[in-house]
Design a protein around this ligand. Structure first.
Ligand code: AFP
Length: 335
């Protein structure tokens, strides 16, 4: 634990290492941190301020929106549009990307975000989070759709904020992964988890087993072998977890290793997976790789996928290196 380093101090220190840095990026991270503190406040108040339950609307994915989905989207949009640090933004809750209203200046970044990942858990008081991905805006500061549809490997930063027993921010700018815990007393994120590394080996897997009959053969094989434990080819027992909140699953994997899978399944060919490339898979893939893990569809590295639409879905297999490589090898041997 590194005591007494705030997120802001950490960012300023990083900024000093970049000769051409103007400070805009540091300000943008502060904008995001402040927005997420406001979201944490809403999430923690829950029923006391009547933010739980359905909003009575559907989002672009056809999913029923929770009141908090709408509230957190609005907090993020307002914070970013008025910040002067971004030229455009895209939210999982909004069909089209958003530009910057005329009264505000534009900045040199684009931000894509899932304002409240795992929101189906909110009414049962489980951990949820905000995920964000930062790209460079075009020189003109007039982004088109193509400027958002960039490979995950082009992200300049990715992070997520976890609203759990503690509020935490996990961040990468491509130089490792660091974790910050919100000190509620002083209202600052403090560096508590420097240089997070994912153990390469693991005995814990996470998958929604109720979808088993829809999986492809390599996933069935991998999970069957885990379930067989020390009586099967793996020769060791596995534990299973499924929180149904990707932020919580990824944080667990960053902390103690593991593999998380939301694979392709045959239910709806128009949806090659459940998770969203731009709002979930790319930012989490960047973080996981920077912590020494891997993130794959089973057939390809997620960060190398060329996006074709903002709300595109992808299969996701991420976590400890040795296990993700094993799943990939099962796909390869299937041909
Ligand atoms: P919600 O934000 O709609 O709750 O979706 C969460 C999520 O995208 C991801 O965080 C979970 O890993 C996954 O969906 C859970 O999906 P299942 O409900 O199908 O298990």
């Amino acid at each position: 634990m590194s005591n007494n380093v705030t997120l802001n101090q950490f960012l300023i220190q990083q900024q000093r290492n970049v000769l051409e840095a103007s400070g805009t990026f540091t300000l943008l991270l502060n904008t995001l941190a402040t927005a997420c503190k406001a979201i944490a406040h809403q999430v923690k108040q829950g029923d006391l301020i009547d933010v739980l339950g359905s909003a009575g609307s559907e989002n672009v994915q056809g999913e029923v929106q929770k009141k908090l989905d709408v509230i957190t989207h609005d907090i993020m949009v307002h914070a970013l549009q008025s910040s002067g640090q971004v030229a455009g933004l895209a939210s999982e809750e909004e069909e089209e990307f958003l530009t910057i209203p005329g009264e505000y200046p534009k900045g040199k970044y684009l931000v894509l975000f899932d304002p409240l990942d795992g929101s189906s858990n909110i009414d049962i008081n489980m951990t949820v989070g905000t995920i964000f991905s930062i790209l460079r805006a075009p020189e003109s500061l007039e982004p088109s759709l193509g400027d958002f549809l960039r490979k995950g490997s082009e992200q300049v930063c990715a992070g997520f904020v976890l609203y759990g027993p503690a509020t935490m921010m996990i961040l990468t700018t491509g130089q490792g992964v660091n974790g910050f815990t919100l000190d509620q007393e002083i209202g600052e994120f403090m560096l508590t988890h420097p240089n997070i590394r994912i153990p390469e080996a693991t005995q814990e897997f996470a998958i929604n087993m109720s979808n088993q009959r829809f999986w492809e053969a390599p996933i069935k094989r991998y999970v069957d072998e885990c379930v067989l434990g020390d009586t099967g080819p793996r020769g060791k027992n596995f534990n299973m977890r499924w929180i149904a909140s990707m932020v919580a699953e990824v944080y667990r994997i960053l902390t103690r290793g593991g593999i998380f899978m939301y694979p392709y399944d045959i239910r709806d060919p128009s949806k090659p997976g459940r998770l969203r490339l731009m709002y979930e898979a790319n930012p989490m893939g960047f973080i996981v790789e920077q912590a020494g893990g891997l993130c794959s569809t089973g057939r390809a590295r997620i960060l190398e996928l060329q996006p074709s639409e903002l709300h595109q879905r992808v299969p996701v297999i991420l976590g400890s290196k040795q296990e993700v490589e094993r799943v990939e090898s099962y796909f390869q041997s299937q041909g």
